[in-house]
Ligand binder design. Structure first.
Ligand code: UGA
Length: 443
């Protein structure tokens, strides 16, 4: 089938390459000529495991092309995926200008039936706005063409996006038109083999499903982080509590890991946007507000622990940080907890020596050259001359470090584990003080 994807960002690229992988003829359109040039010369603008190789093999097979030519894009695909950004406005609501601009572009150039597929995370009611936009532009052209707008939210996890797309746990399709539903079912058939994962629903329910999923996951994390602070206060071990409650299948073990807060491009933005949607309709979403507030506070917990350990004075201290990306297997630093920690340390007059397996360039891009930031070439080098180590991202390679080597390099033998991934007793046996989240008893 012929598919056009508008927006060659994270979601657009993964969607495009996976649809090409199963044999579709995919044309990806982006307004940024630099990005398209890069993709056409074999480069990939984002880090995602497996993406480079798949883009290359599908380009070579002629199933995947990149262009800035929007008109050619509209002519190409029966399916017109909209996968452009919906950045938060100042008030937390999702900014739809890019989504609606693509809708206008499609309407300006279409000459036959097209299916517009909303892949971007968009507030409930956006499909109606896209429909209105297309209808207006068609009317101004004097055309009365048939089209459909479908909500097909993505549930990709950064770092595991290819696998999530190729082996989805659900394919949500929101449309009121049975014929369109069948066309989407055919497009997704290669990803829907062992049992039917396609969930057909009305457009608004599909739009809300996306927000509901992310808000639920964010709620689980904030709940555990709240509990971790209570565990600290009462002298309990949150990791024991985690296992204790996770054993109840109604609660489950997944996504209840306490830490120094959630980040990324999705949870913070989506919780705020859903809260905003509710407020705009006169409903105060108290739980969502609390989820956000708890997370905001949790991102400061590591800094508070470090400051308290050093008696409130961090001026002139050097803190080593392991992990800068908001989670492992990505270089994405949007809303990363590391940023809150680094900025608080700098404000307190401390220096940062940081190491991340892939986010070094991104850190440089965000903060530039500064005297109080050194980006180390490897994890141990980040410790040289540092007063303490803070672990901020749960990269696998940090899980089993050589504690003797850490002890030998640190000026003060103390580790602050913001993700509870290290073996506390082993660290202590090596002569280190081990401070973690919600485990006051392990200090
Ligand atoms: C999230 C969702 O997990 C995906 O299902 C969704 O499709 C995606 O948003 C999206 O809307 O596009 P992602 O932002 O890639 O995916 O990251 P997650 O793996 O969910 O991690 C988010 C944050 O939560 C990270 O900072 C992670 O460290 C933190 N986290 C996760 C915890 O603190 N505790 C946990 O138990 C799990």
């Amino acid at each position: 089938m012929d598919v056009t994807i508008f927006g060659s960002g994270y979601v657009g690229l993964v969607t495009g390459v996976c649809l090409a992988e199963v044999g579709n003829n995919v044309l990806c359109i982006d307004i940024d000529p630099k990005k398209i040039d890069l993709l056409n010369s074999g480069g990939v603008p984002i880090y995602e495991p497996g993406l480079d190789e798949m883009i290359q093999s599908n380009r070579e097979a002629g199933r995947l092309r990149f262009s800035t030519d929007a008109k050619a894009g509209v002519e190409h695909g029966l399916f017109q995926f909209i996968a452009v950004g919906t950045p938060p406005d100042e008030d937390g609501s999702a900014d739809l200008q890019y989504v609606l601009a693509v809708a206008r572009t499609i309407a300006e150039h279409m000459d036959e039936y097209r299916i517009l597929v909303d892949k971007s995370t968009v507030p409930v009611g956006t499909a109606d706005k896209v429909s209105d936009t297309v209808r207006e532009v068609l009317a101004s052209r004097g055309h009365e063409l048939e089209f459909d707008v479908v909500s097909n939210p993505e549930f990709l996890k950064e770092g595991a996006a290819i696998d999530d797309f190729m082996r989805p746990d659900r394919i949500v399709v929101g449309t009121d038109n049975p014929r369109t539903a069948e066309l989407l079912r055919a497009l997704y058939a290669p990803f829907n083999r062992s049992h039917d994962r396609l969930m057909l629903m009305d457009v608004r329910s599909a739009e809300l499903t996306k927000y509901a999923a992310n808000a639920m996951l964010a709620t689980k994390i904030s709940f555990m982080n709240e509990l971790s602070n209570i565990a600290d206060a009462v002298g309990a071990d949150i990791e024991k509590v985690r296992v204790g409650i996770g054993s109840d299948p109604r609660i489950g073990y997944q996504f209840i890991y306490p830490g120094c807060g959630y980040g990324g491009s999705c949870f913070p933005k989506d919780v705020r946007a859903l809260e905003h949607t509710a407020r705009a309709l006169g409903y105060e979403a108290a739980l969502l507000q609390a989820v956000e507030a708890v997370n905001f506070r949790q991102k400061e917990v590591l800094f508070s622990k470090i400051r308290d350990y050093f008696g409130g004075d961090l001026a002139g201290k050097t803190i080593a940080i392991w992990g800068l990306s908001f989670k492992p297997n990505t270089d994405d630093m949007r809303e990363a907890s590391s940023r809150v920690l680094m900025e608080a340390l700098w404000d307190a007059g401390a220096r940062v020596q940081a190491y991340d397996p892939v986010a070094t360039e991104e850190t440089q891009r965000l903060y530039g050259e500064r005297a109080d930031l050194t980006l180390a070439a490897d994890a141990l080098a980040a410790l040289d001359g540092a007063d303490a180590l803070a672990v901020v991202t749960e990269w696998s390679q940090f899980r089993s470090p050589n504690f003797d080597a850490i002890r030998a390099r640190l000026r003060t033998p103390v580790i602050f584990d913001g993700r509870n991934i290290l073996d506390g007793p082993l660290a202590r046996a090596a002569g280190l003080t081990y401070v973690s989240i919600g485990r006051a008893t392990l200090m």
